[in-house]
Design a protein around this ligand. Sequence first.
Ligand code: ZN
Length: 239
Amino acid sequence: MEIRWLGHSAFEIISDDNVKILIDPFISNNPACQVPVEDLNPDIILLTHGHSDHFGDALEISNNTNAPIACIHEISLFLAKQGIRNISINIGGSFIFRNIKFTMLEAKHSSDIDIMDETVPGGTAASFLITFEDGTKIFHAGDTGLFGDMKTIIGDIYKPDVALLPIGDKFTMGPFEAALASMWLNPKAVIPMHYNTFPPIEQDPAIFANFVSQFNPNIDVVVMNPDEYYEYDPEDYQD
Ligand code: ZN
């Protein structure tokens, strides 16, 4: 499958069957994203939480494409009021869409919906594990601090192959914490996100890569540029 970074925490993942999954579509106001909203044509949209730098253009894209938005229950109530197709789930639960399994897992962060003048309660922040038909698992951590269940639940039980982790610090883990998370999650490849979009989250991904190589040199750190594609092929990571 192909993983396309749209800058910040926005990713488009395209399965081998050409199912397009759009995660945290912060597009039009994203200084790191040059892709026009109209160019995105997802089959499904995932929202990790309600903050505007993740919620982004989800309403417009769902309206344009009729793609359902999968999110935590409280955000789905908000979407239902706007007449938006949605899939309501909660931490620990899964659903299947076009033969792909989507599991909502924990994140340690806040989640109010702040896309309008008045803030709306958005439940809690979450992360997503996506399991494809060939068994490949991609984990999008959303916004989060470091927490122990990254090892005991997400790493040991769900075993992601690719992890997308925030490294920007200030609002999420920084490079050191994200490298510890990489060690605990133990994926084959890790992609840093949520950095260099704005001055408060400026980071050098090489520092993150250096920590990861100290903690577990077997993990491939894939540093991407916005609008770049990374093709994940399990055969590239066989011993
Ligand atoms: Zn946030």
